[in-house]
Ligand binder design. Structure first.
Ligand SMILES: Cc1cc2nc3c(=O)[nH]c(=O)nc-3n(C[C@H](O)[C@H](O)[C@H](O)COP(=O)(O)O)c2cc1C
Length: 413
C-alpha cells in the first residue's frame, strides 16, 4: 500500500522515523509530509533516510515538480496517517483550513485518513479538541489512541500518542479487511426534504439523515464509490463521499434519476415528503392578507421508490422492449407498529410488494431507540424473495454495517 505519513509538531514526532521504518518493513511505500513545526522536533534528514524520499513541507517552492505538488501528492496514497496529530492540526482538519503544505494535502486527498493524536492531557480533554475529534469521526476519519501514560510535560494521563507498532497494526488490520464493494458504486439518499409553501415556510419531517450517512460511511469502508443525494442533514457528509444536495422531493427525484444509471446499488433512506404545495408562492405570504386560517392545497409528490423499481422493467409489458438495467434497490420504511414485530413485518411485506423494490428495511418509530432523530435504530430487512433478517438495536453505524452485509450478500454477490 502507498501510505502518506503526515507529521505535525507534537513531541511524539521523535518517534516517527521508527513508524516509517515499521511501515516499510511491513511492505508499504511511505512518503512523508509535515508541518514546519514538526521539523523542530524530528530531523528531516532522519526521515528522508528511513523513507528514502524527500520530506515535503513547503507549499510555495521553486518549480522543480512538473504539476501542482500538493494535489499530486494528495492523489497518491491509499491511506493517510497523521502521527502525531497536534491539537492544532486536528482543529485545522475539522475546520477545513489549508494554510500549509500538510493541511492543504489533507483537504485535497480522497484517501481514508487516520489521526494518532498526541498532546498534553488538558489539551486533549479541552472541549474544543474533543469536539473537533468528534467532527472528524463523523466525517469518517479514523482515530488511533491516544494512550494514557507518561507525557513529555512530566505529567501522566490520556494524550500519549499510540506506539508506532500499534499504529501499524491498526492500518494493517484495515488493509486486511475484505472490501466486497471495491469497484462498485452505491447511491444513497438521506435526510429530510422540505416542501416550500413560500420562500420562508416549508413542510418537512424530523429526519436527521444519520442513518443514510452511516450507510454511506459503511459502504465507503467496504470499498464502494459512494454518492449521497441528500435533503436537510444534521450530520456532516463523510469524507470521500460525493454529496449531491437536493432540497425538495422534486429535486431529490431529479437527482436520483440523474445518478441512478451510474449505481450498482441504490439505498433510499431519505425521508421524502409525500405531499407538496399545489402552488408554492414565489413571494412570502403575508399573514395580514391570509387572515385567521390558512387552507393549503397539497398534491402528491412523485413516488420515487416505485418509479425506480419500474425503471428497469419492460415498458411495453409485452416482453419485447429491452430491459434497461437498474441498480439493486433497497427502500426504507418508517412504520408505527406499536412494538408488535409481526405487525411491523406485515407492514414491510405490504410496502415491499407495493413498491416493487429488491429489499426493504422497516423500523418501528413508535418504540424508543428506533428511527427519526434517535442515535440508535433496529428493524427488519425483508427481501423480495421473502427472506427476512431482523437487525437488533445498535448505533446507526452498527445497524448500517449489518444491513449492508446482508444486502451485499443477497443482492450483489
Ligand atoms: C517542545 C514542544 C512540544 C510540543 N508538543 C506538543 C504535542 O505533543 N501536542 C500538541 O498538540 N502540541 C504540542 N506542542 C505545541 C505545538 O507545537 C503548537 O501548537 C504548534 O502550533 C503546532 O503546529 P503544527 O500543528 O502546525 O505542527 C509542542 C510544542 C513544543 C515547543
Amino acid at each position: 500500500m502507498k501510505i502518506l505519513l503526515g507529521i505535525s509538531g507534537g513531541i511524539a514526532a521523535y518517534k516517527t522515523p521508527e513508524l516509517v521504518r515499521l511501515l516499510k518493513k511491513a511492505g508499504h511505500q511511505v512518503r512523508v509530509a509535515c508541518t514546519r513545526n514538526a521539523l523542530e522536533l524530528v530531523s528531516r534528514i532522519a526521515l528522508e533516510t528511513v523513507s528514502g524520499e524527500p520530506v515535503l513541507f513547503e507549499t510555495f517552492t521553486p518549480r522543480t515538480h512538473p504539476g501542482v505538488e500538493h494535489i499530486d501528492l494528495a492523489g497518491w496514497p491509499d491511506a493517510v496517517v497523521i502521527a502525531p496529530a497536534t491539537a492544532n492540526v486536528i482543529a485545522k482538519l475539522a475546520c477545513g483550513l489549508a494554510d500549509d503544505f500538510l493541511t492543504t494535502v489533507l483537504l485535497a486527498t480522497p484517501a481514508p485518513v487516520w489521526i494518532a493524536p498526541g498532546m498534553n492531557t488538558r489539551m486533549w480533554e479541552h472541549p474544543a479538541t474533543l469536539e473537533n475529534v468528534q467532527r472528524l469521526i463523523g466525517r469518517g476519519v479514523g482515530v488511533i489512541g491516544p494512550d494514557s501514560g507518561e507525557l513529555a510535560c512530566g505529567t501522566s494521563g490520556p494524550g500519549r500518542m499510540s506506539e508506532p507498532s500499534v499504529i501499524v497494526g491498526i492500518l494493517e488490520e484495515h488493509f486486511a479487511r475484505p472490501r466486497p464493494l471495491a469497484g462498485r458504486r452505491v447511491l444513497i439518499t438521506a435526510g429530510a426534504t422540505r416542501e416550500h409553501l413560500d420562500p420562508v415556510r416549508f413542510i418537512s419531517n424530523p429526519s436527521t439523515g444519520r442513518m443514510g450517512v452511516a450507510l454511506a460511511r459503511a459502504a465507503r469502508e467496504l470499498g464502494a464509490e459512494v454518492t449521497l443525494v441528500h435533503g436537510h442533514l444534521e450530520v456532516p457528509v463523510p469524507d470521500g463521499v460525493v454529496a449531491v444536495p437536493a432540497g425538495s422531493a422534486i429535486e431529490l427525484h431529479r437527482a436520483v434519476f440523474e445518478w441512478k444509471d451510474r449505481a450498482d446499488l441504490l439505498i433510499m433512506t431519505a425521508a421524502v415528503g409525500d405531499y407538496m404545495s399545489a402552488s408554492p408562492a414565489a413571494e412570502k405570504m403575508k399573514k395580514e392578507a391570509l387572515g385567521a386560517t390558512l387552507t393549503l392545497q397539497l398534491v402528491r409528490t412523485p413516488d420515487i421508490l416505485a418509479e425506480l423499481a419500474q425503471s428497469g422493467n419492460d415498458p411495453s409489458g409485452a416482453g419485447t422492449a429491452p430491459r434497461a438495467p437498474r441498480p439493486k434497490l433497497v427502500g426504507f420504511a418508517a412504520e408505527t407498529a406499536g412494538g408488535d414485530e409481526s405487525r411491523l413485518l406485515e407492514l414491510a411485506r405490504q410496502k415491499l410488494s407495493r413498491k416493487g423494490c429488491d429489499a426493504l428495511f422497516a423500523n418501528d418509530v413508535s418504540i424508543a431507540g428506533a428511527g427519526f432523530a434517535a442515535e440508535t435504530n433496529q428493524g427488519v430487512l425483508l427481501f423480495a424473495d421473502g427472506h427476512v433478517v431482523w437487525v437488533p438495536q445498535g448505533t446507526k453505524d452498527q445497524v448500517a454495517a449489518s444491513l449492508l452485509e446482508s444486502v451485499v450478500a443477497s443482492l450483489l454477490l
